[in-house]
Design a protein around this ligand. Structure first.
Ligand code: FE2
Length: 166
């Protein structure tokens, strides 16, 4: 881990220990945007060798994770939330077209939930966005992208609900 990344992890920890709610996450988002605008940090943190999902740091006490993502091809993900977790998407390279949704129906009886699109916007390099618990969203990429993301909890260990757009 670079010294900058270590410092960022310490800062995130201090922020979340004081305020683990949406305000704390906005403070982390602002710090992440500063880092995303530092080309040296970006080049050192997410490279062409980075896999699609790579955990850079997982906090042993608070559970939050800092991740690097290197995507090589276009893809549209279905609407989803992160269950009990929040997430912060930080765009390092390329563009993500994000759609936010209203929750029309929760998943029930093995059927996916329903989500109605509200707005679509672009995450461009240097931009980070907070998704709080239950905020439904779907990212689309039209080409290669690189992101630095945070998860409130490591999503490898959390089962995701399915939603369909209506
Ligand atoms: Fe997501």
């Amino acid at each position: 881990m670079s010294a900058t990344l270590e410092q960022f992890a310490r800062d995130c920890r201090a922020i979340l220990q004081t305020d683990h709610g949406p305000n704390g996450r906005q403070k982390i988002r602002a710090q992440l945007e500063k880092l995303l605008r530092d080309p040296q940090f970006v080049e050192a943190t997410v490279t062409e060798k980075t896999p699609e999902r790579h955990i850079l740091y997982e906090d042993p006490d608070l559970g939050f994770c800092i991740l690097a993502h290197n995507y090589s091809s276009a893809k549209t993900s279905p609407p989803h939330d992160h269950g009990p977790s929040w997430a912060i998407y930080g765009q390092a390279k390329g563009e993500t077209e994000m759609t936010d949704y209203a929750r029309v129906a929760d998943p029930a009886d093995g059927k996916p939930g329903k989500a109605k699109p509200l707005r679509t916007y672009k995450l461009t390099p240097g931009v980070a966005h907070v998704y709080n618990e239950k905020d439904l969203h779907s990212p689309t990429r039209n080409g290669p992208t690189r992101l630095i993301r945070l998860e409130g909890l490591n999503m490898d260990r959390i089962k995701r609900d399915k939603f369909e757009a209506v």
